[in-house]
Design a binder for this molecule. Structure first.
Ligand code: BTN
Length: 243
């Protein structure tokens, strides 16, 4: 896989988009920043990463076999690839919907998956991955961060772990290409934080207990209340409350 490594960038997702807009990318490429100084998260979130310590990169792909309506499958692929990588080092990791990666109650990675659509097709996708590797202190405003070094107590070779991540991504993309989307949707559900467990949530300023019973085709969270009612939520429409 072609890699473009930059010393300093605002955001690898933004850089990817700029290169795509200029027509400078027409095959898969991994864009990585040693120092990403203005990382983007989902919605208004920011992504903090200390220079030279972590993986901050975006894989640009041209997913010819995925239709626009199945775009959430690419979020699933990216989440599972990051879990596959982490499980080479750690015990079980979880996906907190939609695509935060958690070890216990701490967030180790965040994903920002963006698509450009053309009718019913996906023209290209940018799979942005922020994975904390060797960082040991984080800004106070960042909720529950953790890095691989903090968990393992050893410094990790960033280049080696990046190559492993790219392998995990290739394998999961091949699996999607091979028509195994349904299987991966099942893997994703089984890795979901709080899947099928009753827990508190908040939506429209109301607190309620419910359990996750599924994810819609479009990636909406499906909750079942204690009365058996099914509710669907998009990102930012529902909040996970600590139990
Ligand atoms: C989130 O937690 O809300 C998602 C964070 C995504 C961060 C990654 S780092 C590489 C890529 N470039 C960005 O600007 N964001 C993603």
């Amino acid at each position: 896989m072609i890699k473009k490594i930059y010393k300093r960038l605002n955001s690898t997702n933004i850089k990817a988009r700029q290169l795509l807009d200029k027509g400078e990318i027409n095959d898969s490429v991994w864009i990585q920043a040693e120092d990403q100084y203005s990382g983007k998260g989902l919605g208004e979130n920011i992504w903090e990463s200390e220079q030279g310590k972590n993986i901050t990169g975006s894989l640009v792909i041209f997913p010819a076999s995925v239709s626009a309506e199945n775009q959430f499958d690419l979020s699933i692929v990216t989440s599972l690839a990051v879990c596959d990588l982490l499980e080479l080092f750690l015990g079980e990791v979880k996906i907190k919907w939609p695509n935060d990666i958690y070890v216990g109650t701490k967030k180790i990675a965040g994903l920002l998956v963006e698509h450009t659509l053309m009718g019913q097709e996906i023209k290209h996708s940018v799979l942005g991955i922020g994975l904390n590797i060797n960082q040991e202190t984080f800004q106070e405003s960042i909720p529950n961060p953790i890095s691989l070094k903090q968990l393992l107590g050893i410094e990790i070779d960033l280049e080696e772990v990046t190559d492993l991540l790219l392998n995990c991504l290739s394998l999961r993309l091949d699996q999607l290409e091979a028509g195994q989307a349904e299987l991966m949707r099942g893997d994703y559900l089984n890795k979901l934080f709080r899947y099928r467990e009753y827990a508190p949530y908040k939506a429209h300023n109301k607190w309620f207990r419910a359990r996750i019973v599924g994810i819609s085709k479009f990636g909406q969270l499906i909750l079942e209340t204690e009365k058996g009612e099914h509710l669907e939520f998009g990102f930012k429409e529902v909040e996970f409350i600590d139990d």
